[in-house]
Design a protein around this ligand. Structure first.
Ligand SMILES: O=c1ccn([C@@H]2O[C@H](COP(=O)(O)O)[C@@H](O)[C@H]2O)c(=O)[nH]1
Length: 231
């Protein structure tokens, strides 16, 4: 498969379980995401193991700190050979610019740099609890516009905002969407969700999918079914 669209969120808490799963899948069929849980348990060495197995790895640590610290963290991620790294857009334009500038030294080998807008687990009620009165759609647009202005490659958003963002910010601006739920799967803590097929139809570039695959009775079959549904 050229350019696999599914990025599996490998949120395992036992390294052997994760590696058993990884050994049953092919890098041509999906990419892998390592987030805060696995990175905290198993560290950079685990990321290196996945890279050595030829997987494209999205290191989803959502950096959010002062510009100098975030730039150096992004450089450390690039040193691991990851395909994609991210920061929080709410860290501001200066922080995002410094992160982008820090990665420039990697030339053609630099990872994609994207920014998280509004977490897919958040809805209008939760936004207003943290003092944001705009709708999720409006706030995603504000943060995605700032991200584009800072020269990053794209954003993490929900698929519900994809059509609006592609229309406003252009087709080249990459959209990476968690909160993907195949019909009938458990929604869990996600609020702004969409099915894999619908997400592809509205222009999403990469679908981040965790539990609907990793906690399925047969995770490999679950991945195959999703890939078939979006082929
Ligand atoms: O807005 C965001 C940003 C990141 N995530 C991460 O994606 C996966 C989703 O896993 P599921 O099991 O498919 O819900 C998870 O690792 C999150 O940390 C997100 O969900 N929303």
């Amino acid at each position: 498969m050229q350019d696999p669209k599914v990025v599996i969120a490998l949120d395992f808490d036992v390294k052997k379980d994760a590696l058993d799963f990884v050994d049953r899948i092919d890098p041509s069929q999906c990419r892998l995401k390592v987030g805060k849980e696995m990175f905290t348990y198993f560290g950079p060495e685990f990321v290196g193991t996945l890279v050595a197995k030829k997987f494209d790895v999205f290191l989803d640590l959502k950096f959010h700190d002062i510009p100098n610290t975030v730039a150096k963290a992004c450089i450390a991620a690039a040193d691991l050979g990851v395909w994609m790294v991210n920061v929080h857009a709410s860290g501001g334009e200066d922080m995002m610019i410094r992160a982008r500038e820090g990665l420039a030294q990697f030339g053609q080998d630099k990872p994609h740099l994207i920014a998280v807008t509004v977490l897919t687990s958040m809805d209008q009620r939760q936004l207003s609890q943290i003092g944001i009165q705009s709708s999720p759609m409006e706030h995603v647009l504000t943060l995605a516009s700032l991200t584009k202005q800072a020269g990053l490659d794209g954003v993490v958003c929900s698929a519900q905002e994809a059509a609006m963002l592609k229309e406003t910010l252009g087709k080249e601006f990459m959209l990476v969407t968690p909160g993907i739920r195949p019909q009938g799967s458990d929604v869990g803590d996600q609020k702004r969700i969409m099915s894999p097929q619908e997400a592809m139809q509205v222009g999403v570039d990469y679908l981040v999918i965790g539990r609907p695959i990793t906690q399925a009775a047969n995770p490999v079959a679950a991945l195959e079914a999703i890939n078939a549904s979006i082929a």
